[in-house]
Structure formats: C-alpha cells, structure tokens
Design a protein around this ligand. Structure first.
Ligand SMILES: Nc1ncnc2c1ncn2[C@@H]1O[C@H](COP(=O)(O)OP(=O)(O)O)[C@@H](O)[C@H]1O
Ligand SMILES: [Mg+2]
Length: 367
C-alpha cells in the first residue's frame, strides 16, 4: 500500500443492528420461550420451515416425540449449550431430513433458548467422516491384495538379486543394490498400507493425552521438527481420553509431522492445545449417544492446505508434496474413527488447525 493511501476507518460497531445481522444470516435461527413457542425466527428459518413460524408452538411443527424436544429439555436442565450433529427429524412441513441442531440458553431470559438448524449436507462433517471410513476400508482391501500379489513375489526378486551378486563386477553389484533398495522401499510402502487392515482388536483405556502430546513433541523436536517452536496450551483439568496410547501417538505424530513440513525452519510455530468442550454429541446408528468432549488441536503457522486438496485431504494418496505418500492423513482419519472420534479442519494461510474430538474415559475406568 502506498504511503498516501487513506487509513481504513470502520464505523462504530453500534451501527450494525443485531436484528439485521441475524436476518441476513443464511443459517436458520430461532428463539424459543419456556413453552417452546417461537418468539423469533430469521428469514432463513422461515424459509427452512416453509411457513410463517412466529408465535407458533414447536410441537405444531415437529412431532412431540421428536428427539429435538429431548435436546431442548437437556439444554434447559443443564443450563448449557448442547448440539446434535446428526438428528433425524420427520415433520409434515419438512419431510424426513437429517439436520445438525445447536441449542443454547439465552442469557437474561428464563428458560428461553436459541435454536439453530442446519441441513446436514451443509455441515458435511459426518458425510465426510463416513466417506473417509469407506475410503480406509477400500484401502484395506487394496493393501491385502498388494500384500499378497506384490510383496510375496518381491521377496523372490530380492533373493534372486542377492544370488546374482557374487558373480558380478562393481557396476553390476551397484545395480543389484539398487534392485534391493527399491524392493525394500515398495515393501515398506505396502507395510504402511497394511496397517490399515490391521484387524487386531484395539485395547482402549484411560490415556493422559498431555503425556501423549509431550512424547510426540519430543520425538518431533529431536528429528523432523528441528528449529520449529512448540507452544503447549493445555487445559490442566482435562480428564483422560478413552483411547489407545500407541495409536494416539501415531495419530498426533502424523499431524505434527505435517505441521512441521508446512512450516519453515526458524519461523515455524506448532501449537498443541487441549480443551474440554461441553455439548457435542453424536447420534449412533443404534439410537445411542456418543459424547466427544475432549478437543485436541494441532495448529501451525505454515502454508495452509492447498485448495486442490481440500475435498480429498483424508483420502489415501492425496499429497501436495513432492515425493509425498499421502498416507498420513488417511491413517489419521482411520485412527480417529477407531476411537469413535471426529476430526475437523480449519485452514487459512498462516493458521492451519486440525481439531480432534475424542471421548473421555468413564470414571470407573479411571479408577
Ligand atoms: N498442516 C498442514 N499444512 C498444510 N498442508 C497440509 C497440512 N497437513 C496436510 N497438508 C496437506 O495434505 C497433504 C496430505 O498429507 P498426508 O496425508 O500426511 O500425506 P503426505 O504428508 O505424505 O503428503 C500434504 O501433502 C499437504 O499438502
Ligand atoms: Mg504427512
């Protein structure tokens, strides 16, 4: 910017009318009073519900046994915000839909709640998680085929090269070495893919995630993340994760490795943080509920995710690096899924965040 350019002046914030702001939001937002009567609805909500909702009771729109009402009651009882990322609803005005629901108490209004509804395709999150699971399964089959059809013959190739060696001159021997090295490289690749098919039952127990993160940081500092600065921002009261220690190390090692590779020596900063987050619940296919209150974030100040990779980031073989295998995040997605967790991405240049949501160990498991 030239030195003569006028400074940007923003009007005072009070000029933005909160009501206008809510009306312009593309997200359906409702306010409900203690009887679940709709006292406010923005334009997106009216459109979503396909009717003029103001003043109506929610039970006139949704059947009384809808899980929506359980969630509303829970928010009132607990006095906190609650969410369901995948709620199946059925209503005469809406038909059958899968939606993501967020409910939060409105301060200063006894029993009033704000309610936001999003078509699930908007949130995309679970769709993605499920696709990822599908991708890792496909990968498992592929690995099994490769192990059988490629790895076994390769050991024959390697053996044959070694048998040839004694009769060869220097130049010939350097070629047999090359054969062995390349065979080893392919076998290592197949081995890595095979870890996707690992069907051994995983042992889960209470794991101190801060110890896992510190361990990962030490490995990283000693090797691939030299000359990157680490910032640890831990919630000291965080309860243990329900997980498998070794797999969690593998998971976070992959995220930290990517963070290191996206940053420059000297200026790279990798932040590891943990938070307790009330409210995020997932519906299970069997109708049960899953809570994922532990949030672990790996953030870096590097290049950001390349646009071309955003839609397939967690797919096997998607890589933006010369020589990259593109298996790191596919494995991360599998490990997160094995833990019943979720992974979310927020990326802009100089600020890339992978947020991993995990379940906590039950009290009796901790004891
Ligand atoms: N923290 C990050 N910052 C920028 N890009 C990233 C980050 N993590 C992953 N990526 C991108 O995602 C791609 C896939 O990552 P991954 O599956 O670990 O495979 P690989 O690291 O072998 O390329 C990377 O090549 C990179 O382009
Ligand atoms: Mg990687």
């Amino acid at each position: 910017m030239s030195a003569t350019a006028p400074a940007l002046v923003f009007p005072p914030l009070a000029v933005v009318d909160g009501n206008q702001l809510l009306q312009s939001l593309p997200l359906p937002v409702l306010a409900l009073d203690g009887e679940n009567r709709i006292r406010f609805a923005n334009a997106a909500a009216a459109q979503f519900l396909g009717l003029a909702p103001l003043g109506r009771l929610l039970v006139d729109i949704f059947p009384a046994d809808s899980p929506l009402f359980t969630l509303l009651a829970q928010a009132r009882v607990e006095g906190t915000s609650v969410a369901d990322r995948e709620m199946a609803i059925e209503a005469p005005a809406l038909g059958r839909r899968l939606i993501a629901v967020d409910v939060a108490p409105i301060p200063d209004r006894e029993a009033w709640l704000s309610l936001t509804l999003q078509e699930r395709s908007f949130t995309g999150r679970l769709d993605e998680a499920l696709t990822r699971r599908g991708a890792t399964r496909a990968m498992g089959t592929l690995a099994a085929v490769l192990a059988h059809e490629v790895k076994n013959p390769l050991s024959g190739v390697r053996g044959a090269a070694q048998l040839l060696e004694p009769g060869l001159d220097e130049a010939g021997r350097s070629l047999t070495h090359l054969i062995c090295e390349e065979v080893d490289r392919v076998v290592a690749l197949v081995d890595r893919m095979e870890s996707f098919t690992d069907e051994h039952p995983i042992e889960f127990g209470p794991v101190n995630i801060h110890r896992v993160l510190d361990h990962v940081r030490k490995i990283a500092e000693a090797g691939f993340a030299r000359r990157r600065r680490f910032v640890c921002d831990y919630d000291p009261s965080l309860p243990p994760v329900l997980g498998n220690r070794d797999l969690l190390v593998q998971l976070f090692l992959n995220l930290v490795k990517n963070a290191a590779e996206a940053t420059e020596e000297g200026s790279g900063v990798i932040t590891l943080s943990t938070r307790y987050q009330v409210g995020l619940k997932l519906s299970e296919p069997d109708g049960g509920r899953r809570y994922l209150p532990l949030m672990i974030t790996v953030q870096d100040n590097g290049s950001g995710i390349p646009d071309a990779l955003r839609h397939c980031l967690f797919d096997p073989f998607a890589s933006g690096k010369p020589g990259g295998k593109g298996l790191g995040l596919a494995l991360v997605a599998k490990l997160v899924a094995d833990h019943g967790g979720l992974i979310e991405l927020a990326s802009e240049p100089r600020r890339t965040q992978f947020r991993v949501l995990l379940p906590k160990a039950a009290e009796e498991e901790q004891a």
